[in-house]
Design a protein around this ligand. Structure first.
Ligand code: DQQ
Length: 512
């Protein structure tokens, strides 16, 4: 490992990371981040006796993937988070000595129980740990791993990550995998006690040969599979839709997260369609969801970095957790996603921009500026019209990030696009544009919600999300906001708020 760990005199390596992380102008302030070091997937997401628990893949030693622990944070409102002691650390020996990879938390008759992937010698196997009543201390099972190998006779690309649920008298589990030469898959298992598992078979298998490189390519391995039912109170209702979320992976490349809609019945999932979960591609990866005590489906994903490994090493931290999202069924047969309403508690200094018709000229909104913003915008687009929202713009316009929505000539639909080409003058950061289909009704209405948090950007257009990262080289000056259009666009509403920081104190301890 060759990361630059230059330290402030008198500090330990750990403090050095947290201090640098705290000083970095690109570090989000109302998204959850690790205290320092590396963060990736959300894990063990649960609402337990009124408290939200967010565990996450965490390397407290360096801002790079390796030595993976389970970090832990709690919240009563999904807005402000308290760092808790690290939940799982790699063992000195045993099946997780090279890392405690992703997994879930279930309620085993009142005992919080983690099912995770222990990594050793380049492979992962399912492991179990029991928690104390406050979920602060964890004891790994002596008998780990609880499944000794991938299903016999199947040539697998990988075997990791877990989705576990109670079904009648038994536990069921999905493990993410891929069948070499065929495609990604989720293997189904069954157990009476979470320790002894019977292999049932593949729940569903994709076709890796189809559309390689396309934004809905299902990959050669499915990571972080997550199965849930949406519809009338997630009951057995016949109108309900089942959703199987997975992250498409291929030979070390994290492509994007996708989901199947369809029907889970018996030992199989009969798919209706595959959908993109977030138009940001790898910028919303490895999501996990839970049903909270209010009956809502809450989802978090990992917003990966778009700068170089060296830049991450210098920054002292790496990886952002998405804002909590409420996932419901959309009217178009797919998912509708929105930030949890609790986040509005961070709103300050409301500005209402008067409704107007947008025309070809670009208007800088001098009353709205910042790098911690929440914007709610209603637009109506005539056929063939385009509306633009400019963010993070420097006074000379040399750096600017542009959110664009347009409507097709026939008026039947449109596109949501994020132009990052001019978001940074730093040639080493990823500035590729991102885009996806934007369904809209006959009136051409687009409800846009945009959350800007330094380098983290989450956009929701008619319930379709696009997450990405931007790194202007003049972050303190890249605070301008503006609007523009081509064609006939009505701006019916533009409400803006500054967002307060959810983490206000100084550097957070790496080992709380
Ligand atoms: N990250 C974890 C794996 C998972 C991947 C390792 C997805 O368990 O497959 O940190 O980002």
């Amino acid at each position: 490992m060759t990361h630059d760990l230059t330290l402030t005199p008198g500090t330990s390596v750990a403090e050095g990371l947290a201090e640098r992380a705290h000083r970095d102008p690109h570090r989000p302030r109302f998204h959850f981040t690790a205290p320092g070091g590396w963060l990736n997937d959300p894990n063990g997401l649960t609402h337990w006796r009124g408290v939200y628990h967010l565990f996450y893949q965490y390397n407290p030693f360096a801002p790079a993937h390796g030595n993976i622990h389970w970090g832990h944070a709690t919240s009563t409102d999904l807005v402000r988070w308290t760092d808790e002691p690290i939940a799982l650390a790699p063992g000195l020996d045993g099946p997780d000595r090279d890392g405690c990879w992703s997994g879930v938390l279930v309620d085993d008759g009142g005992v919080p129980t983690i099912v995770y992937s222990g990594r050793h010698a380049g492979h992962e196997l399912p492991c179990v740990a029991r928690g104390s009543a406050d979920l602060r201390s964890w004891t790994k099972d002596e008998a780990n791993p609880v499944i000794a190998a991938a299903p016999e006779g199947v040539d697998v690309t990988a075997f990791r990550d877990h989705c576990v649920w109670r079904e009648g008298a038994v536990w069921r589990q999905l493990i993410g995998s891929g069948i070499r030469g065929v495609g990604g898959t989720a293997f189904l298992y069954e157990s009476d006690d979470l320790r002894t598992w019977r292999y049932v078979g593949p729940l569903l298998t994709g076709t890796a040969a189809q559309n390689p490189g396309e934004p809905d390519w299902t990959g050669t391995t499915w990571e972080c599979v997550d199965l849930f039912r949406l519809g009338d109170s997630e009951s057995g209702n016949a109108d309900a839709t089942d959703v199987l979320v997975f992250s498409a992976w291929d030979e070390g490349t994290t492509h994007h997260s996708l989901y199947w809609t369809g029907r889970y019945q018996g030992d199989a999932f009969t798919p209706t369609a595959v959908h993109r979960l977030d138009y940001g591609g790898r910028y919303f990866y490895a999501p996990q969801s839970t049903r909270d005590e209010h009956g809502r489906r809450i989802m978090f994903g990992w917003l990966q970095e778009g700068r170089t490994d060296d830049a991450n090493a210098r920054a002292g931290w790496c990886g952002v957790m998405s804002l909590p999202r409420i996932v419901t069924l959309g009217s178009d047969g797919g998912l509708h996603q929105a930030p949890a309403p609790e986040l509005t508690r961070l709103r300050r200094d409301h500005v209402a921009v008067p409704a107007r018709r947008l025309n070809a000229s670009y208007t800088r909104l001098y009353d709205v500026r910042g790098d911690q913003l929440d914007l709610e915008i209603s637009l109506r687009l005539a056929p063939a019209a385009t509306a633009r929202l400019v963010l993070r713009e420097t006074p000379d316009g040399a750096e600017r990030t542009v959110v664009e929505v347009n409507r097709t000539h026939d008026g039947a639909g449109g596109t949501l696009r994020l132009h990052r080409e001019t978001s940074s003058l730093d040639p080493t950061v990823d500035t590729e544009p991102r885009y996806g289909a934007l369904p809209m009704g006959p009136d051409g209405r687009v409800e846009l919600r945009v959350l800007v948090d330094h380098s983290a950007l989450e956009i929701f257009a008619n319930g379709h999300p696009l997450s990405a990262r931007v790194y202007p080289t003049r972050p303190d000056q890249a605070v301008g906001v503006g609007v523009g259009a081509d064609g006939d666009v009505a701006l019916d509403r533009f409400d803006a708020w500054q967002m307060a920081s959810a983490f206000t104190a100084g550097p957070r301890p790496l080992w709380p």
